[in-house]
Design a protein around this ligand. Structure first.
Ligand code: UD1
Ligand code: CA
Length: 475
């Protein structure tokens, strides 16, 4: 079944968010609210998608151009109600086939339920079909009034409902499938004779019914899907529900999640089976994690690639590639452009950015590695710093294969350390070290014999030193 048009209503101000960001651009689970809706409609392959924008127009338009370049935006300058927004969306549109209308602030909707609505709509010769759900607390929603034939008679808004109607727990989700031609014929007949003085899209139902059209109410199983986000409390609630849904799907697909409540995986991320996610872990953006990896506790991965059997412990990584069997952490900070090849290690208190660590190479402790490429089988001694910044520009360091960098070396870029070379511990390396050489860049040690007895007499150090022969003290 082919779907002709999708209209997403997203012009509302979202005043209750109390935000300088338009409501539909707030994010949960790695997508904006409108991004979730666009994603859900994506698999329906509609011929065209129109999004009605208003509040924060420029921001919303540029976001939509980014994530859904095929979608067309329609501008609603002043809030006139969902009916008015729909009128604008239909302008210049040849009404044919089925049109799906939904709101931009319902991130929990699944494409499965949208398909269910569309299939039902197509199967029964309906002029319109409305997705409904039974909500334990229907406050604020339009109520569904069914006729004796079980078909939909009308939708009454909370504000306009009487006491008996308010008792109804079957509510309007704000998702509708319409026969486009019938909708186009009825939409002009709306009147703003309601408590809000707006044109209600919901009033189209009664108009179509009075014209003899059959309208169905399609009850979906889980009311969670229709939850809208109107304030930050609902934003957090929806985020938690989405987290639970994603975690459940992952666990059923073979991922171990030790503490689902503290584990946040974006809907845009992908995690293979037999991955273990430890407590307090966030997997964000386009991150992918291959089978057998163990992540966390207390780790965040944003837009990272993690290979088979890798171990990332107590670390924060952004746009990093962590290869197969790589070890990261604890307390490691991997910034964009970090590439850890197979079997390598970025250990405790190591920060890396724009740097490649070759196969089996190790940076085990307390180091900064920036703007560098390190070959295979090399070891970077504890507390080594890649000195990449001269105060104005960044420079590059090249370290060859099977190199041994002594602890506390400063590699002042631009500099190259050849294959198999060593540097002496504590060196400041400002010149290239050729293959196989030992680079020593530090002052030769001298001992000032007897200094403590002469300069610190009467101290515990002097007392300890005086137990040794006077020959030793004189040198
Ligand atoms: C609407 C429905 C209600 C339903 C509920 C489901 C109407 C009259 N009522 O109520 O039956 O239970 O959704 O969540 O439709 N919008 C515009 N332009 C406007 C007004 C709204 O684009 O002039 C957009 C909003 O940005 C929002 C959507 O339409 O995304 C729904 O509007 P909202 O004001 O939230 O409607 P509700 O009062 O929630
Ligand atoms: Ca709403």
């Amino acid at each position: 079944m082919s779907l002709e048009t999708v209209v997403i209503l997203a012009a509302g101000e979202g005043t209750r968010m109390k935000s300088s960001t338009p409501k539909v651009l707030h994010s949960i689970s790695g997508r904006t609210l409108v991004g979730h809706v666009l994603h859900a409609v994506d698999s329906l392959s509609a011929k065209q998608v129109r999004v009605v924008v208003g509040a924060g127009r420029e921001q919303v338009e540029s976001h939509i151009a980014d994530i859904a370049p095929h979608a067309v935006t329609v501008f609603q300058e002043k809030r006139g109600g969902t009916g008015h927004a729909t009128q604008l969306a239909l302008e210049g549109l040849t009404p044919k086939g089925t049109i799906l209308i939904l709101a931009g602030d319902t991130p929990m909707l699944t494409s499965a339920s949208l398909s269910q609505l569309l299939e039902h709509h197509a199967s029964g010769g309906f002029v319109a079909s409305v997705m409904t759900a039974e909500h334990p607390d229907p406050t604020g929603y339009g109520r569904i009034i069914r006729g004796d034939d079980d078909l939909l008679v009308r939708i009454v808004e909370e504000r306009d409902a009487d006491e008996i109607e308010r008792e109804i727990i079957e509510v309007n989700s704000g998702v509708y499938a319409f026969d486009a031609a019938k909708l186009a014929g009825a939409i002009g007949k709306l009147k703003a004779d309601n408590s809000q003085g707006e044109l209600y899209l919901t009033d189209v139902i009664e108009i179509l019914r009075n014209e003899g059209g059959k309208i169905s109410a399609v009850l979906i199983e889980d009311f969670i899907e229709i939850l809208g986000v109107n304030d930050r409390v609902q934003l957090a609630e929806s985020a938690a529900l989405l987290r639970d849904r994603i975690n459940e799907d992952l666990m059923r697909a073979g991922v171990t999640i030790v503490d689902p409540l503290s584990t946040w995986v974006d809907s845009t991320a992908s995690v293979e089976k037999d991955v273990v996610l430890m407590p307090g872990t966030s997997i964000g953006g386009r991150t992918t994690i291959a089978s057998g990896a163990v992540i966390g506790p207390r780790t965040s991965l944003q837009d990272c690639t993690v290979g088979t059997g890798a171990r990332v412990l107590e670390s924060h990584c952004t746009e990093a590639i962590i290869g197969d069997s790589v070890n990261v952490g604890p307390f490691t900070f991997l910034r964009p452009g970090t590439k850890l090849l197979t079997g390598s290690k970025a250990g405790a208190y190591v920060e890396m950015k724009n740097a490649t660590l070759g196969e089996g190479s190790k940076v085990p402790h307390l180091s900064y590695v920036g703007d560098a490429v390190i070959g295979e089988g090399s070891n970077i001694g504890a507390a080594t710093i890649f000195v990449n910044y001269d105060g104005v520009e960044k420079h590059y360091t090249v370290v060859g294969d099977h190199v041994r960098i002594g602890s506390d070396s400063m590699l002042v870029a631009p500099v190259t350390i050849g294959d198999g070379a060593y540097t002496a511990a504590g060196s400041v390396i400002t010149e290239d070290v050729p293959a196989g050489a030992m680079g020593v860049g530090r002052a030769k040690q001298r001992n000032v014999i007897g200094w403590v007895l002469r300069k610190r007499p009467g101290t515990k150090s002097a007392e300890a030193a005086s137990r040794h022969s006077s020959d030793e003290q004189k040198g």
